[in-house]
Design a protein around this ligand. Structure first.
Ligand code: GTP
Ligand code: MG
Length: 460
């Protein structure tokens, strides 16, 4: 049932200042009228007719069940079609805390609302035509964005950036299809000689446009999902200290006992707008027991998975066999070598490292004293720019579904470019249009829709 009334707690469950119960659907006003007593005194239940109130107004009062006050609340009314779902909606601002929220929610259900499925409010916004599918998906990008850049990308998509691009492509492809079909239906009326030239030129243009768009989205992906950076090194070199320095808080346990970190810790660090997923790995060491062995293997795995590796060496002692092993592997990916503990007398064979590695990849630091941290951050940004191009904040982010669809369209266009049979060309153009319709949700099956919206939280 798509037009029944749904309700959900839209704020995270836990103790907080306020919590919101949200309602959407045709019975929203009846339910509010039955459970809400406006004004200071809940006993003196005033006449409350939402149909007589203007939309987007806020009302103070109490939620009452059989004369018993459940909570003191503020109710916001948003009338169809000017609401998130385009349906009649209300938001009940309760006191945060699981009990009042649950009670208010249960009361709404008793009065005939149904508990919303994950993402169902947004799904309704889509089904009711307020936003297209790519815009609905962008709401997920916004919720999950890790930095301001990521947020900008999500907002841009919500405002229809992707929809606009793709509908322009659709129009161009549609025009080509009209031409091709005319030629199939009235072959004698078309200028047979001229037609393939113009056609191919336009086709190539569209192909290039899509190619550029996909390139731009690679960078966007980095902003949205983050760059994976592994901190590796022998035990006790200062790996956890570096993670804490990035975070500017004590997240990982730092001690003078080697092997303190047994499992990897991952934290998202925002460095000048780019999210880095920093992995503090367990130190590589001789496995004396099983737990440590797992730690060792994991560190090597992390090193392979990461996009950038930060190898820390303790400058206050000579290189050990593990340092050498890691130095041997480090060049396989973008990397930095950090000589730590420069506040102590230096014993490390520094000239060996300088002979073997580019000097601009080596940083001297005293992590404990915050010396060298900014240089490490700047170098990380530089490595990202070298790998992905400069991040400007105007990137595009495509989720996996969108990326796959656009790649499929690109593939069809490529096939058309190498095709001489006009019937097959027409067929492939139609396929492109079909893919675009599925991308924007113009045409889409319920299974895919359910899959998309199941990634949302309940109440969104
Ligand atoms: N003198 C000095 N000590 C440091 C510096 N950075 C870290 N340390 C100390 O080195 C010790 C180990 O630091 P951790 O950050 O726990 O090292 P780790 O590499 O995570 O160690 P494991 O998890 O055991 O592999 C701690 O006592 C830190 O205080 C530094 O710049 N100078
Ligand atoms: Mg550690």
């Amino acid at each position: 049932m798509e037009n029944d009334t749904i309700c959900a707690i839209s704020t995270p469950l836990g103790v907080s200042g306020i919590g919101i119960v949200r309602l959407s659907g045709k019975d929203t006003y009846r339910i509010i009228e039955e459970i809400f007593a406006p004004g200071k005194n809940p006993k003196k239940k005033k006449k409350f007719k939402i149909s007589e109130l203007p939309s987007h107004t806020v009302h103070y009062g109490h939620i009452v069940e059989n004369g018993k006050i459940i909570d003191e609340v503020i109710v916001t009314i948003m009338k169809s079609p000017k609401s998130y779902t385009k349906e009649d909606m209300a938001e009940i601002n309760c006191h945060g805390g699981i009990v009042p929220l649950r009670e208010v929610l249960n009361l709404c259900i008793k009065k005939g609302a149904r508990l919303a499925e994950p993402g169902e409010f947004t799904k309704r916004a889509f089904l009711n035509g307020r936003i297209d599918l790519t815009q609905a998906e962008s709401i997920l990008d916004i919720i999950y964005s890790k930095t301001n850049y990521g947020l900008n990308i999500g907002i841009k998509k919500l405002k229809g950036f992707l929809s606009k691009f793709i509908s322009e492509i659709k129009e161009k492809i549609f025009n080509l299809l009209v031409e091709v079909e005319a030629k199939i239906n009235f072959p004698e009326e078309e200028d047979v000689e001229k037609y393939p030239l113009d056609f191919r030129k336009e086709l190539k243009n569209i192909y290039r446009e899509i190619e550029r768009f996909l390139e731009k989205s690679n960078k966007g992906k980095i902003i949205q999902t983050g760059v994976n950076v592994a901190i590796i090194g022998s035990p006790n070199v200062g790996k956890s200290s570096l993670l804490n320095a990035f975070l500017k808080e004590d997240r990982a346990i730092v001690t003078e006992i080697p092997g303190t970190t047994r499992d990897a810790i991952i934290e998202i660090v925002n460095i000048k707008g780019i999210p880095f997923n920093i992995i503090d790995t367990a130190g590589i060491r001789k496995a004396k027991n099983k737990i440590e062995k797992i730690g060792v293997e994991k560190s090597i795995e992390w090193m392979e998975k990461a996009e950038i590796n930060l190898l820390i060496i303790d400058g206050s002692r000579k290189l050990n066999e593990y340092d050498y092993q890691l130095l041997n592997h480090i060049k396989e990916k973008p990397y930095l070598i950090i000589i730590n503990k420069i506040d102590l007398p230096q014993k490390v064979e520094i000239e060996k490292i300088y002979n073997e590695f580019q000097s601009d990849r080596i940083i001297k630091a005293s992590i404990k004293n915050y010396i060298g941290i900014e240089e490490i951050e700047n170098k990380l940004l530089q490595l990202v720019s070298e790998g992905f191009g400069e991040i400007k904040g105007d990137e595009i982010y495509l989720n996996l579904r969108q990326e796959k669809k656009i790649n499929t369209i690109k593939q069809y266009l490529k096939e058309i470019l190498n095709e001489n049979s006009i019937e097959i060309v027409a067929e492939n153009l139609k396929r492109c249009i079909n893919e675009i319709d599925e991308l924007t949700g113009n045409k889409i099956n319920d299974k895919i829709l359910d899959q998309i919206f199941s990634n949302f939280c309940i109440g969104k």
